[in-house]
Design a protein. Structure first.
Lengths: 150, 150
DNA sequence: TATTGTTATACTCTATAACTATA
DNA sequence: TATAGTTATAGAGTATAACAATA
């Protein structure tokens, strides 16, 4: 079965992509004063507006205790603020500051530029083929994750 | 420029791949008693045989102090042992235990199986196209990382 | 009773700096 | 002097458990 070596070589490449992308994103976030753990929280706020910490903990798939720490850090660095919930006095609403919103807007632009850099050299046909392959890999991966655990 | 949206959608997919693959690998490692940080160290030992901590710190791109901690954890969980260096009494040689070697051998098999699961559904032609696309993305990414920093 | 977010505690990973034993 | 690996210290991120305030 001569395809077997090709497949492991492909997986090697995918893993290299994961590593390099992690480095690149890490650097970009650091430049903006964010970390890999805090960025998803801020992203969630940009996408859905002010959220309670409970909602954030559900969205990020982490514990409420952890969200407390992440929000603490983001408050200290000026990305978000804590405010009262209008109808539930137990809850706190986490909102983006102006600075946080600015950084996220810049990041969204950089994201588009980055996508163009990565894929701009491909023809439309090549890009379609690549995306289709990626889609089928993702399907298998989702199924694989569903099989074990959850 | 109608391709722009396709490109960001492709980057979205790549990032989802990164997340899902991270989850999957994390689970697999946990099943074997390893962590994401310790696995590369054990992998390095399997590839190149016993190494000094200095060599490991260079290979992993981390500090000597950090390697001390990682090796401590791997000794405690039975994956590696510390031994004297034959010619340099300052250095310690880190080696795989039988258990560590067994786990790594099993992991290498699982890696091949996983690659077959991920890419087995593609035709040879589709796989070639996907790998070529991945290669060009990696090239751009490497250049992007070289530009800023280092 | 149940939920929200906190404090208390602990563990992993990472880093810098000072130090010991060797080279 | 320089190198290998340690202790000391610090900070981020993650988790569980107990608890206070509120629902």
């Amino acid at each position: 079965m001569p395809g077997a070596r090709k497949r492991t070589a492909a997986l090697d490449q995918v893993l290299e992509l994961v590593v390099l992308l992690g480095e690149d994103m890490g650097r970009a976030l650091e430049r903006d004063g964010l970390t890999k753990s805090r960025a998803p929280l801020v992203w969630e706020l940009q996408q859905h507006g002010p959220r309670t910490q409970k909602a954030l903990s559900d969205a990020l798939g982490t514990t409420p205790r952890n969200v407390t720490g992440l929000v603490d850090g983001l408050v200290a660095t000026g990305f978000v603020t804590r405010g009262p919930h209008p109808s539930d006095r137990r809850a706190t609403l986490v909102s983006l500051t102006d600075h946080g919103a600015e950084v996220m807007a810049r990041m969204a632009e950089a994201y588009d530029d980055f996508a163009t850099q990565l894929f701009g050299g491909m023809t439309a046909r090549e890009l379609d083929g690549f995306v289709a392959g990626l889609g089928s890999v993702l399907d298998v991966l989702r199924q694989h994750l569903g099989d074990s655990g959850e």
